[in-house]
Design a protein around this ligand. Structure first.
Ligand SMILES: Nc1nc2c(ncn2[C@@H]2O[C@H](COP(=O)(O)OP(=O)(O)OP(=O)(O)O)[C@@H](O)[C@H]2O)c(=O)[nH]1
Ligand SMILES: [Mg+2]
Length: 461
């Protein structure tokens, strides 16, 4: 669905993170980008340079006749650019003050401050990418593991877009046939179209199901599997977090009740992205701060996709331990018997019998058997996920709910027609499904939705 280029004003923003760095980039997009840049640039005449070239020179404040920075300026003319508009990028020496002054200067010369995500939004509005691709731009920026990045790249190439458009085409072809059949009522059109609509609906439903099946893995890849490390004080929760993240993020001491606040870290365990949450040891306490910590642990437990429940092998299970077993019974859980280097009071077999869960016996201190734990996490995650090599995945809730809505509409179509409801009535839901699928790609998205979506981007993207 080719869109014609829309006329916009020229926008500017700092596209690199704010702070001190080797270089910072101030980016402009729009019809006047080159003209505006040229008014503050001393070097080549930017109005005359070939497209996709980079130029050495200085940024000058024309009012004060003052040199602000030594820069490299890239000129990229439409249409082969990120936004499909003229783009100028000014690479300046890092530093907040200098970068901001250059931005202010461009604004004074006629550019407008870009809103969050506006560059990517223009790429969408100008028809260079669809909504799933725009979302993937954000995903690539935020990707926490290599596999998450691969999936996002595939989406940016248009993997999901192709699949959704193929489904819409199937519906559209049928709709075209319906029109023809209605025009020639002498054929027993209704029976033919009803059969056709049923079969196409069923076929699209099964393809939607296939896409939905990728959603669990897709969203986890994007957000990380929320994994809470739970247990009594001193069992080694923070030690485990530090080991898995190869850092010393969490404070570890032999004082029970060291961790007072929940702490989150992203880590990839055998390709499974985890959002690991270290929690305060759960116990009854009169300490005001620790009490709040324990409350937070319980919240983290409630929200977790996966619980790592730790016990200290050198101690007998306490009443609190039993309470935690009970509290995590309905969760996806791996039970961990830590401190197996010490003299053991409880055994692997006992714990397995009591909890009925997968159990791994480890020693974080001696770095023993943690590999087994990692294997267990991987096994649990990939269980039930069939096509984990498929790069096309549904990666967010927006896509999931629209797919579910389209599926429901098509199920209505099938049900209506099988109950002899006239074709032109069933067709309303059939049209509806076509629209809903279009919302995924943005082919039929209302403006507010598009605005909402891009506002989640970072500035300068
Ligand atoms: N012997 C032995 N000690 C360990 C092991 N893992 C952790 N420890 C020690 O146990 C103590 C407590 O470890 P932490 O990681 O702080 O325990 P925690 O569960 O986070 O404790 P809280 O934050 O108080 O709830 C520290 O002295 C660790 O060095 C282990 O496998 N074997
Ligand atoms: Mg701790």
């Amino acid at each position: 669905m080719a869109k014609t280029l829309t006329e916009f004003d020229t926008i500017a923003a700092i596209s690199t993170p704010i702070g001190e760095g080797g270089i910072s980039i101030v980016r402009m997009s729009g019809e006047d980008a080159v003209k505006i840049a040229n008014t503050v640039f001393k070097g080549a005449n930017l109005l005359k340079v070939p497209t996709h070239t980079i130029h050495y020179g200085h940024i000058i404040d024309p009012a004060l006749k003052q040199t602000i920075d030594e820069v490299m300026v890239s000129v990229m003319l439409a249409p082969k650019t990120f936004t499909r508009e003229d783009i100028v990028e000014i690479n300046c020496h890092g530093g907040i003050i200098v970068t901001n002054r250059i931005l202010q200067l461009l604004l004074k010369q006629g550019a407008r401050m870009a809103e969050a995500g506006e560059f990517t939004k223009r790429a969408f509005v100008n028809g260079r990418i669809d909504l799933t691709q725009a979302e993937s731009v954000m995903d690539i920026v935020r990707a926490k593991t290599d596999r998450a990045r691969q999936v996002a790249e595939r989406q940016l190439e248009g993997g999901l877009l192709e699949k959704i458009r193929a489904l819409r085409q199937q519906i559209l072809d049928t709709l075209a046939n319906v029109e023809v059949n209605i025009d020639y009522p002498e054929y027993d059109a209704d029976t033919i179209t009803a059969e056709q609509m049923i079969s196409v609906s069923k076929s699209v439903i099964s393809k939607i199901d296939h896409l939905l099946a990728t959603a669990t893995e897709g969203t986890v890849l994007r957000n990380g599997l929320a994994t809470a490390i739970i247990g009594q004080p001193n069992v080694g929760k923070s030690s485990l977090l530090n080991y898995l993240t190869k850092s010393d993020t969490a404070i570890v001491t032999d004082v029970a009740g060291t961790t007072r606040d929940t702490l989150e870290e992203y880590v990839s365990v055998k390709g499974v992205p985890l959002k690991l949450i270290d929690t305060a040891g759960i116990r009854d306490t009169d300490n005001k701060v620790e009490k709040i910590g324990v409350e937070r642990s319980k919240q983290a437990l409630a929200k977790a996709d996966l619980v790592l429940l730790l016990f200290d092998a050198s101690k007998n299970l306490s009443a609190e331990d039993y309470a935690l077993i009970e509290a995590t019974n309905k969760k996806k859980r791996i039970v961990i018997l830590n401190k197996t280097d010490l003299e053991q009071k409880i055994t692997f077999a006992e714990v397995k019998k009591i909890t009925g869960s997968e159990v791994v016996a480890i020693s974080v201190l001696q770095e023993k058997n943690i590999e087994l734990l990692e294997e267990e996490i991987k096994k649990l995650f990939f269980k039930g996920i069939k096509n984990s090599n498929d790069q096309v995945m549904v990666t967010n809730q927006r896509q999931v709910s629209l797919l579910e809505k389209a599926k429901k509409q098509l199920q209505e179509v099938v049900e209506s027609l099988e109950n002899e409801i006239p074709v032109d009535i069933a067709q309303i839901d059939f049209n509806g499904a076509w629209d809903t699928l279009g919302e995924i790609t943005g082919d039929s998205s209302p403006d507010e939705l598009v605005n909402e979506l891009f506002s989640q981007f970072c500035l300068g993207k």
